[in-house]
Design a protein around this ligand. Structure first.
Ligand code: ADP
Length: 391
């Protein structure tokens, strides 16, 4: 397939898109339509020459915004559309061509991702109406982790909760972990055992053995696991009952605090942004220092735990805005894992910044910084599926 692939990531009031050419050398066009449904709706994008543009879209809904986006692609016609779908439940173990049955199955998993799947589907419906002739593919955040064995995905809860309600660990950020672990295989020239750390606003770790996810830090929802920008990550499961009984908090209060007011912003009392925290910590802000310390310790602890899933540890891969840029954070995480026998190459670590792949170890298990490319991975899986369907 030589035509570019249009990748769409639809939120409740936003559409992130990227037009990915079949050849990695050609430039991409990408953009973000935000505040859809309001008078302030706006599309910001980059054209084929890398020039930025902005277009007001007052009152536009998803369908109108998509039509405008198409108009901005300057005559480049996508050969297929790849949709990011957050939750594929147990039904979807890989990308699938979208038909009415698939739409119904995605609707059926909405209870597991009530904020995401319905919004993702809006994009699917609008795009199917606009381009009835184009193949549309659903690529799921959860699918890469469907190779987890039961010992990794089951919670120690009554069996009926799993059997009747699908309560288990699913894992997220699958396209990112899949992309960076396969790049690590290519760069190292092995089908290896990797621990991947996706550290952005959302954060998760994954144990990948020969291309398959064997365990990951996120669970039923993207709240489990690491400390994130605004999400708490792991807390005592007894916390919810304690807050309800002792402080009279409602479920909505608890949900909001754990998802929006916790993590780096909760610990620091300052910001969810690692750059701001590093700056404040260097000026002596105690909350910022503590937030960074807890963040790094919890990443290291998660990597140590996930190492149990691997028959052999070949290395660790850092990705995401923090993982790709914050060399001091990488240094702290590696320093907390002396028993892995890893040695950091400080100069290589300091020199490796966003957009660049780099090897940063000086012996022992390998350490890599690999920029994530979730859109590129969605386009790749979309193309592969269509080529298989045509073969
Ligand atoms: P998202 O998960 O929303 O895609 P990103 O992957 O872009 O977000 O990660 C955002 C995080 O990356 C923020 O905490 C930001 O401060 C951090 N970050 C970006 N650049 C740097 C930098 N140069 N140094 C430290 N942290 C950085």
């Amino acid at each position: 397939m030589h035509a570019p692939t249009l990748v769409i990531n639809c939120g409740s009031s936003s559409i992130k898109y990227a037009l990915i050419p079949a050849s990695a050398e050609s430039p991409r066009q990408f953009g973000l339509a935000e505040r859809l449904g309001s008078a302030e709706a706006i599309l910001n994008g980059t054209d084929g020459r890398g020039e930025s543009f902005a277009r007001a879209l007052p009152g536009a809904d998803h369908a109108t915004a998509l039509e405008t986006i198409l108009g901005c692609l300057e005559g480049q016609h996508p050969g297929a559309v790849g949709h990011r779908i957050v939750h594929g439940g147990e039904r979807f173990t890989r990308a699938v061509l979208i038909d009415d049955d698939v739409v119904a199955e995605i609707e059926a998993t909405a209870a597991l991702a009530p904020l995401h799947n319905p919004a993702n589907l809006e994009g699917v419906m609008a795009t199917r109406t606009l381009f009835p002739q184009l193949p549309q593919v659903a690529v799921f955040d959860t699918a890469f982790h469907q190779s987890l064995p039961p010992r990794a995905y089951r919670y120690a809860l009554p069996e009926a909760l799993y059997r009747d309600h699908g309560i288990r660990r699913y894992g997220f950020h699958g396209t990112s972990h899949a992309h960076v672990s396969s790049r690590a295989d290519a760069l190292a020239g092995i089908r290896g055992g990797w621990l991947t750390a996706h550290l952005g606003n959302g954060c998760s770790t994954c144990a990948v053995w020969q291309g398959e996810s064997l365990d990951t830090s996120m669970g039923l929802t993207p709240l489990e696991g690491l400390v994130m920008g605004t999400r708490s990550g792991d807390v005592d499961p007894g916390l919810h009952a304690h807050l309800a009984r002792q402080l009279g908090w409602s479920l909505d209060d608890i949900d909001r605090v754990l998802n929006r007011d916790s993590g780096l912003v909760g610990l620091s009392g300052l910001s969810n942004d690692m750059r701001e925290l590093e700056q404040a910590a260097s000026e002596g802000h105690a909350g910022a220092r503590l937030a960074i310390e807890v963040f790094c310790y919890r990443v290291a602890k998660s990597l140590a735990a996930l190492s149990c899933a691997l028959p052999r540890l070949d290395g660790i891969v850092f990705t995401g805005g923090i993982g790709e840029n914050a060399s001091a954070v990488r240094q702290r995480i590696v320093a907390a894992l002396p028993h892995f026998g890893i040695a950091l190459d400080d100069d290589a670590n300091d020199a490796t910044v966003r957009g660049r792949e780099g090897r940063i170890d000086a012996g022992g298990p390998q350490l890599w910084v690999i920029p994530t490319d979730e859109e590129g991975r969605i386009a790749l899986e979309t193309r592969q599926l269509i080529e298989e369907a045509c073969a």
